[in-house]
Design a protein around this ligand. Structure first.
Ligand code: G6P
Length: 545
């Protein structure tokens, strides 16, 4: 198959780009009162308004052609069917099997994985229920009050961000705390607040080989033993989630305390597996199941809706439009929902680790851009901080605004104010403020012509800044499942269009290897410093601190 930028549909889009580049959305809205209806779509609980994009109907036709030429539909079906699309690791990619509520089997190498998936869910359910009803107790006979969840990357962000997003659904009587960073300050601060006799430690590591997680677990184990726990009590207080059962048992985790996962679940796609145990512990198993069912709903939509109505396809293709034709290098996520404030951090790993690639699986280097920098933060806070650059900076930053129509807490008219800011920002980004408008405003204030001439360039908003708005009724576990799966599949669509493997992460490896080499040098000053002068000097400084 031709590389993305050699394909026919890419060439067609390039010609089209030169025709539409100079169009202003302000005019497109003025010319067509139907614009919102033409460029909005709904799936599950999510309504997407993509009318404030620099597109015409022809743009979308051509973008869907691009997706079809890249065989997005066939490849999507291949992913759901268990094809080994993670070629560099020779693995299937089946996070969708973890929330497959269809009752249909999912085959990997001729074996249905669903019985194992269901058995693990049943194990999570009974474990969580026993913790919540106090059947499982700590070593002094007290019911568990706290959970220390240790993990990093995909074994941290999903559980952390989801439990934060669903705070109103948390179970009373149990608090989940997360530790990821190997910086001792993190675990120090968290352990200082925990009662060892009623703390359950959940260690999550798919590989059971991640330095930070192993170290933090060792530190937690020492703390447990120093706080009154005996060696034999460890089995009551420490459980782990891993696909590496051998290493976990070698580390001393009782086999019964291991919740399995599988190599066909990528780390950044793993919150649906037993990696989600801290979510179930925090919110209760029923809410965890709701999260899974929301993702399943979005899977069904992604699998069955024509591309023209397919939310992940639309979002993915709009991203491609800006990255590869307008030269956008970043994409900002703006949840207008306090509980979703960490959502950009979650999508950052999902998107940047998946699509931060520069070669095809068959070994060709790419001469076009792939995944953007993902960043963002909660509205309205960002309006008083970084929105300035989106409005008037020299770079184009497409934005996704997100807003629940109903707040979890309807306090006074806060929610209307929040919504007004969200909608107002999308409007300002789209329409901008013209020279004439600035002039009239300044004239009315009695400003001189000479001063106006200087002021205009500073006060004009070019506008024409693209944004999507995603509305949903309320941030429930199910809706959050919709939303996460939507972004997972968006990333998938883009990966297919760019012809890359979205499911490996070799770029992470080099840093790990060099990090271990440096650690040995920091801890043993007899090891010769044979690196570059900068790294040698940094090591020297640390040795001599
Ligand atoms: O779950 P683990 O095997 O400990 O991996 C934790 C994380 O570390 C790695 O470095 C990867 O970049 C992530 O994709 C992964 O989620």
């Amino acid at each position: 198959m031709a590389l993305f930028n050699k394909s026919k549909s890419y060439q067609a889009l390039q010609t089209h780009y030169s025709e539409v580049e100079s169009l202003h959305m302000r005019d497109l809205f003025a010319q067509d009162p139907e614009r919102f209806n033409k460029f909005s779509a709904k799936a599950c609980d999510i309504e997407l308004d993509y009318s404030k994009n620099r597109i015409t109907e022809q743009t979308m036709v051509k973008l869907f052609d691009l997706a079809r030429e890249a065989q997005v539909e066939a490849k999507r079906d291949g992913m759901f069917a268990g094809d080994r699309i993670n070629t560099s690791e020779d693995r299937a990619v089946l996070h969708t099997a973890l929330r497959n509520l269809s009752g249909e089997p999912v085959m990997v190498e001729g074996q249905d994985v669903m019985p194992e998936v269901k058995a693990t869910l049943a194990k999570i359910k009974s474990f969580v229920n026993e913790i919540h009803d106090g059947t499982r107790k700590g070593y002094t006979g007290k019911a568990f009050t706290d959970v220390l969840a240790i993990g990093i990357g995909g074994s941290f962000l999903g559980p952390k961000v989801m439990t934060e997003a669903l705070k109103p659904y948390r179970q009373a009587g149990i608090k989940v705390h997360f530790v990821a960073n190997v910086d001792g300050a993190h675990i120090h601060d968290v352990l200082a607040t925990l009662p060892a006799e009623s703390t359950l430690v959940v260690m999550s590591s798919k590989s059971f080989g991640t330095q930070e997680t192993l170290k933090n677990t060792e530190t937690a184990r020492e703390w447990f033993l120093q706080s009154g726990g005996k060696f034999d009590d460890i089995a009551k207080h420490f459980v782990c989630v891993s696909s590496n059962i051998a290493k976990a048992t070698e580390f001393g985790i009782a086999e019964d305390n291991i919740f399995p996962m599988w190599d066909w679940v990528g780390g950044r796609y793993s919150l649906w597996s037993a990696i989600g145990l801290p979510i179930a512990l925090s919110l209760g198993f029923d809410n965890f199941e709701e999260l899974l069912s929301g993702a399943y709903e979005m899977d069904v939509h992604f699998k069955t809706a024509p591309l023209e109505e397919n939310l992940p396809a639309i979002l993915g293709l709009l991203g491609v439009w800006y990255i590869n034709f307008f030269g956008a290098q970043s994409h900002v996520l703006l949840p207008y929902d306090h509980y979703l404030r960490a959502f950009p951090a979650y999508v950052q790993q999902l998107d940047m680790e998946s699509n931060g690639k520069s070669a095809t699986p068959s070994g060709e280097y790419l001469d076009y851009e792939t995944g953007p920098v993902i960043w963002g933060g909660e509205g309205t806070n960002g309006q008083h901080a970084f929105h300035q650059l989106i409005h008037q900076g020299k770079v184009l930053i497409p934005a996704d605004f997100m807003l629940p129509l109903h707040s979890q807490h309807e306090v006074s008219n806060h929610h209307a104010m929040l919504a007004s800011n969200c909608f107002g920002q999308t409007q300002a980004l789209m329409q901008g403020k013209t020279e004439d408008e600035v002039r009239a405003e300044l004239l009315a204030k009695g400003v001189s012509e000479e001063a106006i001439a200087k002021e205009i360039p500073q006060r004009v908003f070019e506008g024409n800044k693209p944004s999507n708005t995603l509305l949903f009724s309320k941030l429930t576990p199910k809706t959050l499942g919709n939303l996460i799966a939507l972004y997972e599949h968006k990333v998938f669509v883009q990966g297919i269009v760019w012809g890359i493997n979205s499911f490996d992460q070799w770029g992470v490896e080099l840093g790990k290897v060099l990090g271990n080499d440096v650690l040995a040098k920091l801890e043993d000053s007899s090891i010769a410093l044979d690196g570059d002068s900068s790294t040698n000097a940094l090591i020297e400084k640390f040795r001599n601190r």
